[in-house]
Design a protein around this ligand. Sequence first.
Ligand code: GLY
Ligand code: MN
Ligand code: MN
Length: 450
Amino acid sequence: MNPDQKKSTSHYLAHRRALARRLPDGLILLSGGESVARNADTDYEFRQQSNFLYLCGVDEPGCVLLIDPRRGRQTLFMPRIDNEHRVWLGHVPGPAEARRLYGVERVAYADTLPKELRLARRGYRNIYADKATVKIHRQALQGLRAAPSALDEALCELRACKTPGELALIERASAATAHAHRAVMRAARPGQFEYAAQAIFEAECRKAGLPLLAFPTIAASGTNAAVLHYHRNDARMRAGDLLLLDAGAECRGYAADITRTFPVSGVFTTRQKEVYSIVLQAQNECIALARPGLRSSDLHRHSMRVMAEGLKSLRILRGDTDGLVENGAVRLFYPHGLSHMMGLDVHDTPGGRKRKLRNPFKFTVRFVAKLEPGFVITVEPGLYFIGALLHDAANRRKHRTSVDFGRAERFLDFGGVRIEDDILITARGPARNLTDVPKEIHDVEEACRR
Ligand code: GLY
Ligand code: MN
Ligand code: MN
């Protein structure tokens, strides 16, 4: 077990109580994750289900949580471990130890669950559980009305605004991730492979006690940076290349998601500075604007306007700025959303039905909601020069008056720039930036030197 697991568990109790208040008229039954076989007797690395982490922080497979709102009772069921298991996998806490570790008032073995369910269901008409769990326990739950989407929806709503206990974990993931990013900036040199940068980043996270990543690391140099989710990380970095590193650790399930783009040789070229400055301006302005009540789509629109202005200054785009945003010309160079929610999942729950707003764009954005205090979101504009978009015949026809394709093609050897910070929306004042990694041009060059 990760020693970090022994830390405070009080926020999990608050989360369970909040869920019980939302679904007071039914039994709540949540299954945790199971080990998944990779082949023969080898399993994939276990990662607990996010909803289960939210409610009790337990990172063992095969557990089930039962909440009985009317009787105010919460029980964690854990698999009964035999000696064979102990021989191969070592110690797994039994009920008494688990009660101390996880702060759940009752802990029992999973094989007693059917009997407990028969007792607990008395006085209820509803069961809030996912379909698979209801199926497993159909005999004990017969006659109760199943409402799987209500459980999902309640958890989605609850998880949107982060509690202080959750923020502490996000901050820890952010601090380790930031430290690891700075280590890569210091160490990267022309001639190294992208996977060397990845290895430094991931080693620093592990050394900080955070062995799991929030998502696969993207270490993309040169033109590879124009592949949005590049994962090969196997190219040699050349003098004059930028390296786009998009990477984050997780702490007890809570993510950090940070991107920096910096020169492998330590100094930006003039052209790199021009493109980088546009992205940085979009990012800084969006972070400054973020506040409760603002729609995420308005922030996204603002970033697209800054990109359009910047691309006009590079003489790649021409025409009215709003027209370039509306007709999709900017999307040829900025083909992703500005922002997503972040928490137990790197692309976290968008906050449930009641927060969902109409998407004002013709294209997909990750979430559209009014920002609220307690939201943790990323702000991650990017500019890329992508052959697949710039050579596409339909794009060239549609945008022939807005885009100087000849000039844009001269940037096809550029790759791309993305800058990504994680911010907390606060009730008053500006959003709090949780990301402490240099990003102003001078500071990045300084960080690469040391
Ligand atoms: N690392 C994936 C993303 O930035 O959304
Ligand atoms: Mn992101
Ligand atoms: Mn990212």
